[in-house]
Write a protein that binds this ligand. Structure first.
Ligand code: SF4
Length: 461
């Protein structure tokens, strides 16, 4: 049953799910009606608009059942590793072993939004001294203490060094209240100078061979800890296979991004693309299934493009979005204002790049970690953003500040100035709290102004 692409509400998805069931569509083990997630307290779903494809249904169900998967993994004795901050590197290593699951407790930062502040995780963080002056990742601390969102990991690993102050402080507090953490250091990436051996990193940045070696040695400590936990060695062969498997996921996602962001008419909405991008960092705790889910989305996008079908009309303004929104509802809002997403930097775009397969696997992972735009200068990150804007043909940029985030206050203006100087595109900076209902009218005004600016410029040309 292939309908025209549309965004539908949770209630409408209830009806559509019934029709799909009647037509005998097969469902994955985590399938079912989206509405059932309201019973878990995911109240924000009732305020969102979703893509109406079965591929999108599978995507949402896959995302919203991750907690169940983690608890099921614990029951069958798989080792669970909580990896923090690096966004895309340690899970590649962990999933090289068959009986290890890695996930990011950081991901709980969306719980206050998805559960419309009913989860209580922010209040717990407040009570432990991490108030609103910290970014919403402080929700992670509340999630550990409340024990309501994921099983206590067998091993906790966190990158430090070239990381934001918020995360360092939150993770140190976690450590201080009795959660042992294996810290590994990621260096601040610097450009090679005379006398340095330069290394070209995935994504276009450069660093030095010394830096790669340092990070490789740090990652070796993590590798040993995972091996000791699992009782199995991560051989070079296993790690090479793990890198290949991760690259398969990344390749599907890169193609999905290319097709969606460059299509004449948008074939998949912003919200589904955001969730799809998130799958790449730790495969939503099931690497094989993440391939199936992303492949389903890619097939749907190909089908829509082939049929010339899409959403929002061909005049929707092509927007590049910087930083993830704490309130998912705002991605719908952009489209309601006449925009569509054509390019993103949600703080983990290094996780889309292919991991080098022509160097030793541990070195490849070190290069990956150093390719993170967030471990270098804001100028580096701005340059990658400009390159991606050109590649995807975006016409405007939204920089979405994260409340309390230590990097946002200084980084946003640098990115905005670079985009204006290099590309001459209109840029707007907004701030999105975990529940943005009270700010939606103001956000609507600012996004609409951006869209109208682009449209007015089109007429003059
Ligand atoms: S301050 Fe930014 S980079 Fe740091 S944890 Fe918060 S959102 Fe992530």
């Amino acid at each position: 049953m292939n309908l025209d692409p549309a965004q539908i509400t949770l209630v409408e998805w209830g009806r559509r799910f019934g029709e799909l069931k009647q037509s005998g569509l097969p469902e994955p083990s985590y399938g079912g009606p989206l509405e059932r997630h309201l019973l878990d307290g995911d109240f924000r779903l009732a305020k969102l608009k979703f893509d109406n494809s079965q591929a999108a249904l599978n995507l949402w169900n896959f995302l919203l059942t991750e907690e169940d998967r983690l608890y099921a993994d614990r029951l069958v004795g798989r080792k669970i590793i909580g990896t923090m901050k690096d966004l895309g590197t340690i899970p590649v290593m962990a999933y090289s072993l068959p009986d290890v699951t890695a996930f990011y407790p950081d991901g709980t930062w969306w719980a206050p939004c998805v559960m419309e502040l009913s989860s209580g995780v922010l209040a717990v963080a407040d009570s432990l001294g991490l108030d609103e002056s910290f970014c919403p990742v402080r929700a992670m601390l509340g999630a550990f203490v409340s024990k309501a969102h994921f099983p206590n990991p067998d091993l906790l690993v966190c990158s430090v060094g070239a990381t934001c102050d918020d995360f360092s402080a939150i993770a140190q507090r976690l450590n201080g209240i009795g959660y042992p953490i294996l810290w590994w250091e990621i260096l601040h990436r610097r450009k090679p100078e005379s006398g340095d051996v330069p290394v070209q990193l995935p994504g276009g940045f450069q660093c030095t061979a010394d830096q790669v070696l340092f990070v490789e040695n740090e990652l070796l400590r993590v590798k040993k800890a995972i091996e000791s936990l699992a009782g199995v060695a991560i051989t070079n062969d296993k790690l090479t296979d793990g890198i290949r498997a991760a690259n398969e996921v990344r390749a599907i996602l890169r193609e999905l991004r290319r097709m969606v962001f460059t299509a004449d008419v948008c074939p998949l909405p912003a919200l589904e693309m955001l969730v799809a991008e998130m799958l790449v960092i730790h495969f939503c705790s099931d690497r094989k299934e993440s391939v199936i889910v992303l492949s389903g989305l890619l097939a749907e996008v190909r089908r829509r493009i082939l049929l010339g079908r899409g959403l929002f009309g061909s005049d929707a303004v092509r927007v590049f979005w910087v930083n993830p929104v704490a309130d998912l509802r705002v991605m719908n809002l952009l489209e309601e204002c006449g925009g569509r997403i054509c390019g993103t930097d949600y703080l983990f775009c290094h996780a889309f790049d292919a991991i080098p397969e022509d160097v030793e696997p541990m070195k490849a992972l070190a290069m990956m970690a150093l390719a993170d735009p967030m471990v270098g200068s804001a100028g580096d990150r701005s340059q990658r953003i400009c390159n991606d804007i050109k590649y995807f043909g975006a016409e405007a940029v939204v920089i979405s500040r994260i409340p309390g985030a230590s990097h946002c206050a200084t980084e946003g203006p640098i990115i905005a100035d670079t985009v204006r100087e290099q590309l001459g595109l209109p840029v707007v900076e907004i701030e999105v709290p975990p529940l943005a209902d009270a700010m939606l009218p103001a956000l609507n005004t600012r996004l609409t102004a951006l869209i109208e600016t682009v449209k007015a410029g089109r007429i003059q040309v």
